[in-house]
Ligand binder design. Structure first.
Ligand code: GAL
Length: 340
């Protein structure tokens, strides 16, 4: 029992450099290192909650000691490289890495390979050449194409169904895009596929502008403010690469006291708690559910497997490397199923 309590305390460690040390480690104890690009990212934080809850459940049900050493890199790849080296030194059996710069995993891979510590990359996808550079590297995430396509479908359906969606009656959809970080696989793919899906639905698109807001609500509000100044009531649809940015756009319409009936159609992606509330309230037409439960649990399962017998063949990995989860459409018709 003492051991279980100690283990529970260890699992609760949040963003500390040290924590439960490896020198007290017994053979069957498991130490997992987790490093995220930015602890304040809403979706990544909720994915981590799922992961940590899973750890607590596993410890309770199996009386296993699982120590999780967590770090946040504050948006710096250099910091993250040092953090991973440190986690290796602390004796982690496996490390889960949410890369800052998905094109720059070289130092992490080299250090992990030298120490023979498997790495699970998640949410920020490295190029497959890097992933295939060593056999103990894996990726857990979602299918970005899916998210762009579903977002486009929600916007297209809304535009065809909603009265006066075509505000200037020119038979075209005037849209703006709020983009996540440049170079992130999800920003690139969502921005492209949401728009192309709308065109494939037979709607002629007039893309007024896109603005980079780095997944952030406040940055999106700024960008939206500039766009409203420029286009006024001429914006008919806002496609945001994630819910936080869609909420930033809504914040700006709220600030300007523009009534719902005069606002554009706004669509997000993620299905975060706040995003789902906005769909329920009718502020956002819909969102695309990014399966944090699936990704967080699969990452834990894979980490535990790698830390114990290492037999990943019992998990269904694509190419022995990837676990990807599908996205799902959420609108007012089914939002309650997703709220808790
Ligand atoms: C995306 C998610 C964004 C942001 C980003 C961080 O999958 O939709 O909201 O969390 O990952 O890498």
């Amino acid at each position: 029992m003492k051991r279980l309590i100690a283990a529970l305390l260890c699992a609760g460690l949040i963003f500390t450099a040290g924590g439960c040390v490896a020198d007290e480690k017994e053979d069957e104890d498991i130490t997992i290192g987790v490093v995220v690009y930015d602890e304040y990212d809403t979706f990544v934080a909720s994915l981590m909650d799922v992961f940590m809850n899973g750890v607590t459940e596993r410890m309770q049900s199996e009386e296993k000691k699982i120590t999780v050493l967590r770090q946040s890199s504050g948006g710096s790849q250099i910091t993250q490289n040092d953090q991973v080296m440190d986690l290796i030194k602390k004796g982690c059996d496996v490390i889960c890495v949410n890369l800052v710069d998905r094109t720059d995993p070289a130092m992490i891979i080299e250090a992990a390979r030298d120490a023979d510590v498997p790495v699970i990359f998640f949410n920020r996808e490295l190029v497959n050449q890097d992933l295939y550079s060593w056999d103990k590297l894996y990726y857990v995430g979602a299918d970005a194409y899916d998210s762009g396509i579903i977002e486009g479908q929600i916007a297209a359906d809304g535009f065809l169904e909603k009265e006066n969606a075509d505000k200037n009656n020119d038979g075209q959809m005037q849209l703006v895009v709020l983009e996540g970080e440049p170079g992130h696989q999800d920003s690139i793919i969502r921005s492209e596929y949401s728009v192309s899906t709308i065109m494939e639905a037979g709607i002629s698109v007039d893309k007024l502008e896109s603005g980079i807001a780095n997944w952030k609500r406040a940055e999106a509000q700024n960008k939206m403010s500039r766009m409203i100044d420029k286009y006024g009531n001429g914006i008919e649809v806002v496609l945001a690469n994630n819910d936080d940015m869609a909420l930033g756009a809504i914040d700006e319409y709220e600030t300007r006291k523009i009534p719902l009936s005069e606002r554009p159609i706004i669509v997000g992606i993620d299905g975060t708690a706040v995003g789902l509330e906005a769909v329920e309230a009718g502020d956002m037409l819909g969102t695309v559910y990014n399966d944090k439960e699936g990704q967080g649990s699969a990452m834990l399962e894979l980490a535990l497997t790698l830390a114990t017998d290492g037999d990943v063949s019992k998990l269904s990995l694509t190419d022995g490397k990837y676990i990807r989860f599908p996205y799902a459409r959420v609108d007012r018709s089914n939002v309650l199923e997703y709220i808790d």
